[in-house]
Design a protein around this ligand. Sequence first.
Ligand code: ADE
Ligand code: ZN
Length: 339
Amino acid sequence: MAKHAELIARLPKAELHLHIEGSFEPEMMLALAERNRIDIPFKTLEDAKAAYAFSNLQEFLDLYYQGMNVLRTEQDFHDLTWAYLTRAEADNVRHVEMFYDPQAHTERGVAFGTVTDGILSALERGEKELGITSKLIMSFLRHLSEEDGFALLEDSKPWHEKFVGVGLDSSEVGHPPLKFERLFAECRKRGFKLCMHAGEEGPPEYVREALLDIGVDRIDHGNRSMEDPALIEILRDTQTPLTNCPLSNLSLCVIDDLRKSPVKKQLDEGLLVTVNSDDPAYFGGYIGKNYEEISVALDLGSDDLIQLARNSFTGSFLSESEKAAHLAEIDSALQHLRM
Ligand code: ADE
Ligand code: ZN
């Protein structure tokens, strides 16, 4: 059992960086392929798992978009989301802010409402049956154009009150934040929180653009910020949340060893870093495993782990009173552990 495993299991957590399509386990992919009578390149679990070896972000994305081709019906999206929530519950996740990629579905003919309603009905069920609260973040694909993004923003209008914010993901290098400057300004005007993947593979300048030119509320990944001391200072001063994903970083060769994860340095620098799973079905573990592995690799103390759990709520889009209630739950969980 990993050091601090009990503490990690007992700590209430929020997950702030999770792509629901990245929680599509190969078992479910094979089952839905059969249910929807779709041919897929994998015939067995072993075939699928053997393909999950990536040397960069693009290799992963190619498989990620191929995998989701099996998702067709509202029930598929409901089942996918429900499966994630039951796993999150096992890791004591109390709140999730979930990304999804509508353009990856509408482009292949699955209607926006089919995808969104399937996810939303599972999120509502998660709150009722598991007590896990949630917020949904609509993500734009950055390899597509800003015009495509505006089209999605218009098409999604009837659902806007269901989203807390918007995100930007997919192939980073060559698609800087400023490519989407007008789109994100419009999203801000409409009241959405703004998130962008930045500094995963892209340079620190992309994080600067996201933060200083776009004015994002949260940076997803942000690893390469650590190459720029002045940027570290800005991140500390603004307490902009960073959603780090250790096992993702390792799988996508952002780092070649978990011991090179920036999480401990970011904690020590006073940054608002959080630990998340990103695409857990592809990267070998859900949020609990991310906490456990990073704890061992970086020799984290219990104070570090408690800080990470606290940061997950502080960095969320919950209200101040909701955040305070979750932080009090952490205190109470710790009291029970010490008894
Ligand atoms: N979409 C799903 N996972 C992603 C990641 N780690 N980076 C960029 N886009 C993604
Ligand atoms: Zn991501």
